[in-house]
Design a protein around this ligand. Sequence first.
Ligand SMILES: NC(=O)c1ccc[n+]([C@@H]2O[C@H](COP(=O)([O-])OP(=O)(O)OC[C@H]3O[C@@H](n4cnc5c(N)ncnc54)[C@H](O)[C@@H]3O)[C@@H](O)[C@H]2O)c1
Length: 247
Amino acid sequence: MILKDKVALITGASRGIGKACAIAFAREGAKLALCATNLSLLEQTCSEIEQQFGQKPIHFAFDVRDSAKVNETVKKTLDTLSRIDILVNNAGTTRDQLLAMMSEEDWDTVLSINLKSVFLFTKAVTKPMIRQRSGRIINMSSVVGKTGNAGQANYAASKGGVIAFTKTAAKELAKRNITVNAIAPGFIQTDMTAQLGEKVAAEMGNVIPLGRFGKPEEVANTAVFLASEQAGYITGQVIGVDGGLGM
Ligand SMILES: NC(=O)c1ccc[n+]([C@@H]2O[C@H](COP(=O)([O-])OP(=O)(O)OC[C@H]3O[C@@H](n4cnc5c(N)ncnc54)[C@H](O)[C@@H]3O)[C@@H](O)[C@H]2O)c1
């Protein structure tokens, strides 16, 4: 178990990639604090983890844009589990629309959920991680944060921002033995991509060099590695988990 007794705080953990990360981290022995918007889905994830691995994660249902709740969550996690070794900033959303029709509200919503929350959580864990003299921060970007994508100006800007933020935080925190990396998934089978519809999904399958969508577990495996001791000399990097799409 490569994360035995490490404490991991994971956002967006009720489903999709965040849930897969929670399960993979629990399998590797980590103690978990999980966040998401939907309490009943989050409780279901926690019960599944308890049944499979015998430990029930602590959990918090709230909106990641709420800075007071972010700080309260970090404090309660420290009070209950004593430390935070790993932060996975995974919560994210889309409001796709062509640029000319995109509302200011949809711009603000996506930027604040996908990018501001990464700043809020990272800032909140920085002091405890500095005190511990170690930490791992993993931010969920996207292949479109590197390439752009028609209809996703807000989403691509938020995910490009996550990459720039990751590199900046990595430079600031390296001397404190805290690594900060980003994962850039391609098209992964979750509720988020289920919205695309079968026709677009089939077209994308033809464009992806490996010829298929990825599984949430394939992203989670990379998060486990980045969180582990084995990744101790990796910081400020963007790891594509995209079937070759971002080449
Ligand atoms: N699925 C993909 O193909 C794909 C590709 C690239 C990047 N990503 C990124 O991976 C991450 C997870 O994506 P997914 O496909 O699992 O998505 P999903 O829609 O299945 O799950 C999103 C999670 O984020 C949480 N969340 C959303 N808005 C929130 C808010 N305001 N406050 C608190 N929690 C909130 C939800 O509760 C949920 O747990 C996202 O950051 C997404 O942008 C996904």
